[in-house]
Ligand binder design. Structure first.
Ligand SMILES: C[S@@+](CC[C@H](N)C(=O)[O-])C[C@H]1O[C@@H](n2cnc3c(N)ncnc32)[C@H](O)[C@@H]1O
Length: 248
């Protein structure tokens, strides 16, 4: 007889502009680690298995990868790993609790190498705003990529954040720290491929500092001008939701 699998670890979201009901999903008294663009979950499920006292949340917009992640978690019987199929910027802006993530991982994000596509990149002032609000004070962003130009662009984003704050008389909100070193069991799917090809990998990390920033306001952009394409987003009337590339 086939063994019955535990229920899906996918978090259903009715409104991507409304905060998640976190206590119903995971134990808020335990540390939370989040991976943005977690793909099929090689890294996060490995960490979740090794750290049963922490909670792990993957954010991934591609349906087939969400399904693979869910399958891995269920087959391994992990109770501390969850996944949201949603655009990461929305998730950070609207859904996550204030200063609650101990670590945010962004590994091998899409580099969008063509200049005309740079606006699709995750890193920019909006993401840095939302990231600071969600990281614990002293919590860390861990970033790795195989794309050298994007790596330097991300470094420049953090430098620009600090320079802009300085010009306004504000203290810095991020401090660069040494990135973590991960063993092979914690390589992501793409990383395994890139390392197998002998490609260089660029890594960096930043810690959130204690500054007195105000909470985020709702994004002041028309739905059709949203900063990047999301799977689930407002329709042109700004009320309902539609799914794009549902069967990607
Ligand atoms: C290049 S893949 C890397 C996947 C995984 N991190 C790895 O290293 O194997 C980038 C992943 O991020 C997801 N992704 C890209 N932009 C995203 C966004 N804004 N929100 C959520 N997921 C995103 C893509 O669907 C894809 O699975």
């Amino acid at each position: 007889m086939r063994k019955e699998l535990p229920p899906s670890c996918r978090i259903q979201v009715a409104d991507p502009c409304k905060a998640l009901d976190c206590p119903a999903i995971y134990d808020l008294s335990r540390p939370l680690e989040i991976e943005v663009g977690c793909g099929k979950g090689r890294f996060l499920t490995s960490r979740a298995a090794k750290n049963p006292d922490c909670e792990f949340l993957g954010i991934e917009r591609m349906l087939s990868r969400v399904q693979s992640f869910d399958g891995k978690v269920r087959r391994a019987g992990l109770k501390n790993a969850h996944i949201l199929r949603l655009e990461a910027l929305y998730t950070f802006w609207y859904l996550l609790p204030l200063h609650h993530a101990r670590t945010v991982y962004v590994f091998f994000p899409d580099p969008w190498p063509k200049k005309k596509h740079h606006s699709h990149r995750l890193f920019g002032p909006l993401f840095l705003n939302a990231l600071w609000q969600r990281l614990e004070i002293g919590g860390t962003l861990q970033f790795s990529t195989d794309h050298e130009e994007y790596f330097h662009t991300v470094e420049e984003c953090f430098e620009a954040d600090e320079a802009e704050r300085k010009a306004k008389g504000l203290a810095p909100r991020y401090k660069r720290v040494e990135p973590m070193v991960r063993g092979e069991e914690e390589w992501t799917e793409f990383e395994t491929l890139f390392r197998g090809q002998g490609l260089p990998i660029f890594s960096a990390a930043w810690t959130a500092l204690d500054v007195d920033d105000p909470p985020l306001e709702p994004m002041k952009v028309a739905p059709e001008d949203e900063p990047r394409e999301g799977i689930e987003r407002r329709n042109s009337k700004g009320k309902e939701w539609r799914e794009e590339h549902a069967e990607d």
